[in-house]
Design a protein around this ligand. Sequence first.
Ligand SMILES: NC(=O)c1ccc[n+]([C@@H]2O[C@H](COP(=O)([O-])OP(=O)(O)OC[C@H]3O[C@@H](n4cnc5c(N)ncnc54)[C@H](O)[C@@H]3O)[C@@H](O)[C@H]2O)c1
Length: 515
Amino acid sequence: MSTSPHPTHPYAQAGVVGTGAMGRGIAQLLAQSGVAVRLFDSNPDAVAAAIAQLGDTFGKLAEKGRMSAEAAAAATSRLQAAATLEALAGCDLIVEAIVERLDAKRALFAALEPIVGESAALATNTSSLSVTAIAAGCKRPERVVGWHFFNPVPLMKVVEVVDGARTDPGLVERMVALSRATGHLPVVARDTPGFIVNHAGRAFGTESLKALSEGVADIPTIDRILREQVGFDGSGFRLGPFELMDLTGLDVSHPVMESIYRQFYDEPRFRPTVITAQRMDAGLFGRKTGEGFYSYRDGRAVAPGEPPVPVVAAPPPVWVAQGPRQAMVAETAASLGATIETGDEPSPGALVLLAPLGLDASAAARGLPAARAVAIDTLFPIATGACQRRVLMTTPATHPQWRDAAHALFAADGTKVSVLRDSPGFIAQRVVAMIVSVATEIAQQRIASPGDIDTAVRIGLGYPRGPLTMGNMLGASTVLEILSNIHQLTGDPRYRPGAWLRRRAQLGLSLLQDD
Ligand SMILES: NC(=O)c1ccc[n+]([C@@H]2O[C@H](COP(=O)([O-])OP(=O)(O)OC[C@H]3O[C@@H](n4cnc5c(N)ncnc54)[C@H](O)[C@@H]3O)[C@@H](O)[C@H]2O)c1
């Protein structure tokens, strides 16, 4: 093994096998941070193309002043083609980014073991296979580690270092040091299905699909709600779940949904709906096929416009049901011009407003005149100027006249309004609570530290905050209340709150609190 000139890690000569999208990015990071890289691919043209493209990339970075001309030339000179696997002899680290198949990755590492030195590390960029299972094909499984990057590698500044059942703990530390040296933020994950990011990412799409399958709202409405109603100090999700699935492609996201669900032995939290399986069969993959949850014309989604704000002659008086969010709803309604009734019961001419957490409007309207009942989601701010969208929900008994009155009232200041059919937890409550729920389960299972879970998900999935921080901002006890109520109302074990969340909510602790 060569001696590393790097102070924090021992790697001087790496080999990258598989020079597609990911292998190229990984080779770029290594070469930029002073590690020499030999590139091998079963398709020799792919190696030549990768080296040419990386040379171009370094040149462009130098032109933009992002690296010096000398550094660009040095990085380019660190890239070398390997014509055969044998040419990787002497590498002290091999990173594979070949096709995502267990047999192929096992065969590759088994073939490399006698070529590279005894102490050389074998890292896999697999996103869905078990690192332990890949290592099981090796004579020395302790030298195998997961090094899971995100696409595009240079821009997605987080990497999961995956600790297989037999991985040498010292190797995990060395990979953490190497990751830092490349400028990426390493997070350490125990080898479990989906590691951190693809595991934590199950809630957003899956829960939105569940709401769609229940007929709560149509696709554009769910996307608009998650983009515009959800806001953590003003920042929300950049894309709605259906927009995101269209971008990724259902041919990629549906198998991940199924595989994580199956690998966790049918854990109800991850249970997919039949919607995606069927749409995949129909070839409705998303942008790449021109048709997914949306149709694409000239690369742009064609989404139907929003339903118009109903015209209502005079706003009715408003009565707000008792509860912790009563004042918030009454204040907003009053600021929008409504007269607020303060009696114990609504007068016969009053619009009845409800503000449930985790309950549906029907459950919240128990004992009240349901024909005049409309619920408003208060999980995120609803005051004028503090929100982009307000979300209402009706009971099956709500008369359209009262639904329209509530819609017109809450749109009176120009804020957008969505109206849902009845759903325990509206859309935002159930989706965000499930995101927190899944992340707290990852923490409970000690797959990663709470801090690493938060960082990995925020950067890897581009969420406005890490999921545990989201839970803290909303209040752990609020998230617990939402999940407990949905669980009780539906009987679906998918919504059962886990111990990590319950204990911290009960003790008033941060969801980032380890024990
Ligand atoms: N694309 C992503 O978003 C992403 C993200 C994280 C991880 N990954 C993982 O990274 C790996 C590579 O993905 P990609 O998107 O770069 O794929 P890709 O298809 O762009 O590139 C794969 C390359 O590997 C080569 N290859 C295939 N089998 C080989 C073998 N047996 N020996 C040598 N070369 C071989 C192919 O010729 C190709 O050039 C997969 O394991 C994938 O799951 C992908």
